[in-house]
Design a protein around this ligand. Structure first.
Ligand code: ADP
Ligand code: ZN
Length: 739
C-alpha cells in the first residue's frame, strides 16, 4: 500500500498540517499532483507533497484518495521546497504559500481553459459502448452529451459542467480510445494587438560592459547574486536586455520584476521590442482570463521572459536562469496588505538558489539593507557612475522655505521655482512638479471652535477635493463639504495644506497659457488613463506635468529640463526608522526625471529642513555619503539591518477590548521571550482607527531573526487560542512600514 501526504486546500491554521491518505492501486500519484479527498466528511481539494510506503496513522482510520485532479504534477519539487521556506520565513500556512505559487484563479481553470473533447470513434461504436456498459453512468453521461451536441470538439469545462463529471472520467474514456482530449490555442494576449517596433541591441558603454560581463560569469556558473547601483539614466535596462539575450541563448528563462507603477507601456515596449512574442506580462490589472492565459503560456514554455509585478516572482518557469529586480528599493515588493506577507526580493533570492539561477537587483538608490549586504560581501556590487553619453546629472538646488516665509512669500512656489518655471516655459521645454499628496487641501477645520473634519470610520483628517467633496484617502468615505461648521454652526471653515489639485489651480493662475496634465490616483482611475497622460506628455502635448510619486518611477521624458519638488518633507516627517531612506530615494528618483534630453536638467527642492542629510546628499547625488550617515544611525539605534522587527497588529470594533487583548498578548509573548528579544509594550497604531476598527501594535525587535521567528511561532500557537470574533490578529515579520 502506498500513502500520499496531502496538504488540505483550506485556509485555516487548524488544518495547516500534513494528512496521510491511502492511494488506491489504480491511481498513479506523484508529489505536486492535486487530489480530491474526504476531509471531515467534506470533499476538498489538496496537494500531494510526498508519497511513502508506510503511514504512522492507524490503518483503520486512514481514508483513501477519492480521485486525482491532474494527470501530471502542477507543482515541481523545487516549488514545494520554496513553499516550505515561505511558511517558515513568513509564518504563513503552507496552503497560503502554495496559493501564491499556484494562484487560485489559475489553478481552477488552468487544466480546463482550452481543453477540448472530441469523439474518436463512430457513433455506432459509442452506442455499442453505452449499451454494454450501463453501470458506468458518469462515462455514459459524457458520451451522450457529446452525441447530443454533434458539433465536436466541445470545451472540456462545458462538458464537465453539463454532465456533473470530472477530469478523471474524461481520462478514462480517453484511455478506452473513445474520445480524444487535447488543447487548442485561443490565447488572449492583451499585448498582441500592439505593434512594437523592434529595437536593436545598443553598443554598450565601458561601465555597462563591465557589469554585463560579471553577470554573464554568474550565468555561466549557474549562480551569483548582484546588486547594480547605477545612477538614473545609466542604462541599466540595456544591461538587463543583453543579460536576458545571453540567458535565452543558454536555453533558459528569465523573470524581470518591476514595481507596479513602473510597469508602463514604455517598459513593456522595451522588452517586447527586443524579444517580441517571447515576453509574457503579468500585472494586477489583467482580467482573470488574461492572467490564466499568460500563466499558461509560461507553463507551456511558449515564452522565455516574464515582465511583471511582485507576484511574477512565482512565474512557473521550469528552466529559470535569471531573475532581475529593477528598482529593488521599492517597498511594494513587500506584500503588506494580505497574507502571506512575503517579500518578492527574498523569494527571488531563495528561488534563484534553489534553481541555480542568477539574481540581479538594481537601483539608482539601493535599499540600505541590500547595500549593506553588498558591502558585507553577500551580494556582488556593480557600479554605474555615469549617465549614458556622459549626460550630466541634473543640477539640484535647495530652497529653504523658512526664508521664503520670512521674506513674505506665502505662495506654494518659492521665487526661485517660479522664475525657473517661467524660464523653462519660455524656452519651450517641459517641466514636472512633484507633490506626494493628492486632493486640494489636506486639512479642514473650524477657526472658531477648532473642530477638524475627520473620517467617521478612520481617525484621520479628510482631504478637500476641487469637486467640493471631503474624502478619506484610506477608506474612500466621501461627503459634500458642509456650508458651516458641523460642531458650532458658524460659517468659519478654514483650509490648510496642499495637494496636487491645488498645485494645478495655482499653476493655471500663474501661467494661464501653459498646457497642464495631472497624474495621481484621481486622474488615473480609469483603465488606460495612465497610459494616455503618459503618452500625451511624452509627445509634448503638454508643458507641465503635476504628479504624485506615480511620476517618479522610470519614466523617460527627454523634453523635461526642470523638476520642482513642492515639498520634500512629507516622507521625512513620517515616524518611521526609514523615513530618511525614503526621502533620499524619492528625491533622487524624481530628480532623475530631469535632463534626460540634451540639456542639463535642473531640480529645485523646497523644504523646511535644508540641512537634513537626506536632502543634502540627494542634492549632491551622493549615495555613498547618504549610506554612511544612515548606516551609522541604524547601527547606533539597533534598527535594521542590525536587527529584525516583527509586529503583531490587533484590531476590533471596541477599543477597550482590543487594548485589553493586546496587554494579554504582550504577557503571553513575554513568557516565551528569549533574552535576545526586545518586546515593546502595546501601542496604538499610527492609524489608530481604520475602517471603524481600532488597532494596537506590539513590536518585537531582535538582532537574531531566527530566534525572533521561532519565538513568534511558539507564542502564536498559544495566541491562537485567545482569538475570537472580537479581535483579529495579524503579524508581519521584517516589516517596513507601519500604518
Ligand atoms: P536607467 O534605467 O539606468 O535609468 P535607462 O535604461 O532608462 O537608464 O537608459 C537611459 C537612456 O539611455 C535610454 O533612452 C536608453 O535607451 C539609452 N541607452 C542605454 N544604453 C545605451 C547605450 N549603450 N548607448 C546609447 N544609448 C543607451
Ligand atoms: Zn476613512
Amino acid at each position: 500500500m502506498r500513502y500520499a501526504e496531502v496538504i488540505i486546500d483550506i485556509n485555516s491554521s487548524n488544518v495547516d498540517k500534513i494528512y496521510d491518505y491511502a492511494v488506491p492501486d489504480d491511481i498513479d500519484v506523484k508529489p505536486g499532483i492535486r487530489v480530491v479527498v474526504d476531509f471531515n466528511k467534506r470533499l476538498v481539494e489538496g496537494f500531494i507533497v510526498g508519497v511513502k510506503e508506510k503511514s504512522d496513522v492507524d490503518s483503520s482510520r486512514i481514508k483513501s484518495i477519492m480521485r486525482i485532479i491532474d494527470s501530471k504534477p502542477v507543482l515541481t519539487e523545487k516549488q514545494l521546497v520554496l513553499a516550505y521556506w515561505m511558511k517558515e520565513r513568513y509564518l504563513c500556512h503552507l496552503v497560503e504559500a502554495l496559493r501564491c505559487i499556484m494562484p487560485v484563479d489559475v489553478k481552477k481553470s488552468m487544466e480546463m481553459a482550452h481543453m477540448v473533447v472530441e469523439l474518436k470513434v463512430s457513433i455506432a461504436e459509442i452506442e455499442q459502448f453505452i449499451f454494454s456498459n450501463k453501470k458506468n453512468t458518469r462515462q455514459i453521461a459524457v458520451l451522450k452529451e457529446l452525441l447530443n451536441r454533434g458539433d465536436n470538439p466541445v470545451k472540456a469545462s462545458e462538458l464537465i459542467k453539463a454532465t456533473g463529471s470530472d477530469y478523471g472520467v474524461l481520462k478514462r474514456l480517453k484511455e478506452k480510445g473513445l474520445i480524444d482530449v487535447y488543447y487548442i490555442d485561443t490565447e488572449k494576449n492583451p499585448y498582441s494587438s500592439c505593434n512594437y517596433g523592434r529595437t536593436e541591441r545598443l553598443e554598450l558603454t565601458a561601465e555597462q560592459r563591465k557589469a554585463l560581463d560579471e553577470i554573464k560569469k554568474g550565468m555561466d556558473a549557474s549562480k551569483g547574486k548582484y546588486l547594480i547601483h547605477g545612477v538614473t539614466g545609466s542604462g541599466k535596462t540595456e544591461i538587463f536586455l543583453q543579460a536576458i539575450e545571453y540567458n535565452i541563448k543558454k536555453g533558459k528563462d528569465a523573470i524581470v520584476l518591476v514595481p507596479e507603477i513602473s510597469l508602463t507601456p514604455q517598459t513593456i515596449e522595451r522588452f517586447k521590442g527586443r524579444f517580441g512574442d517571447n515576453v509574457a506580462v503579468l500585472h494586477s490589472r489583467l482580467s482573470d482570463g488574461e492572467r490564466i492565459d499568460q500563466w499558461k503560456r509560461i507553463m507551456d514554455g511558449k515564452v522565455k521572459v516574464v515582465v511583471g509585478v511582485r507576484s511574477a516572482v512565482f512565474a512557473p518557469f521550469k528552466n529559470l536562469g535569471l531573475v532581475i529586480v529593477d528598482e529593488e528599493h521599492e517597498s511594494t515588493y513587500k506584500q503588506s496588505d494580505m497574507r502571506p506577507k512575503y517579500d518578492a526580493r527574498e523569494v527571488a533570492e531563495r528561488r534563484c538558489e534553489l534553481e541555480g539561477a542568477v539574481l540581479v537587483l538594481a537601483s539608482a538608490t539601493p535599499s540600505i539593507l541590500n547595500y549593506y549586504r553588498a558591502v558585507e560581501g553577500h551580494l556582488n556590487l556593480l557600479r554605474l557612475k555615469k549617465r549614458v553619453n556622459n549626460k550630466k546629472l541634473p543640477y539640484v538646488h535647495i530652497v529653504d522655505m523658512r526664508q521664503e516665509l520670512m521674506s513674505g512669500n506665502r505662495s506654494i512656489f518659492s521665487k526661485e521655482l517660479y522664475d525657473e518655471m517661467k524660464n523653462t516655459l519660455a524656452r519651450k521645454e517641459q517641466l514636472i512638479l512633484f507633490l506626494n499628496r493628492r486632493g486640494f487641501y489636506t486639512f479642514v477645520s473650524c477657526r472658531l471652535c477648532g473642530y477638524v473634519m475627520k473620517c467617521p470610520h478612520c481617525n484621520i483628517s479628510l482631504t478637500f477635493h476641487a469637486d467640493g467633496t471631503l474624502q478619506c484617502h484610506y477608506c474612500g468615505y466621501s461627503i459634500y463639504m458642509p456650508k458651516s461648521c458641523p460642531a458650532c454652526g458658524q460659517n468659519s471653515i478654514r483650509y490648510f495644506g496642499m495637494g496636487t489639485e491645488r498645485v494645478e489651480k495655482e499653476v493655471k493662475a500663474l501661467f494661464p497659457d501653459a498646457r497642464i496634465l495631472r497624474m495621481d490616483v484621481d486622474t488615473t482611475r480609469k483603465k488606460g488613463s495612465f497610459e494616455k497622460i503618459y503618452t500625451a506628455f511624452k509627445n509634448r502635448e503638454a508643458d507641465i506635468l503635476i504628479g504624485t510619486q506615480m511620476i517618479s518611477k522610470g519614466l523617460d521624458f527627454p523634453g523635461v529640463s526642470l523638476v520642482g519638488i513642492i515639498t520634500a518633507d512629507t516622507a521625512l516627517n513620517f515616524p518611521e526608522y526609514n523615513a530618511s531612506e525614503r526621502t533620499f530615494q524619492l528625491i533622487t528618483q524624481v530628480a532623475g526625471r530631469a535632463g534626460r534630453g540634451n540639456r542639463q536638467g535642473k531640480v529645485i527642492i523646497q523644504t523646511y529642513y535644508p540641512d537634513h542629510y537626506a536632502i543634502l546628499c540627494a542634492k549632491n547625488h551622493d549615495y555613498e555619503g547618504f549610506y554612511r550617515r544612515e548606516i551609522t544611525f541604524r547601527e547606533k539605534s539597533d534598527y535594521p539591518p542590525f536587527s529584525e522587527l516583527a509586529v503583531f497588529t490587533l484590531s476590533g470594533f471596541d477599543d477597550k477590548i482590543v487594548k485589553e487583548k493586546s496587554m494579554l498578548l504582550y504577557d503571553i509573548i513575554e513568557t516565551y521571550n528569549e533574552p535576545d528579544i526586545q518586546v515593546f509594550k502595546p501601542m496604538p497604531a499610527m492609524l489608530h482607527k481604520l475602517r471603524d476598527k481600532y488597532r494596537w501594535n506590539i513590536v518585537l525587535k531582535s538582532k537574531n531573526g531566527d530566534i525572533l521567528r521561532y519565538t513568534i511561532n511558539r507564542s502564536y500557537d498559544k495566541i491562537k487560542s485567545m482569538l475570537d470574533k472580537d479581535v483579529l490578529i495579524s503579524y508581519d515579520i521584517n516589516y517596513i512600514t507601519l500604518i
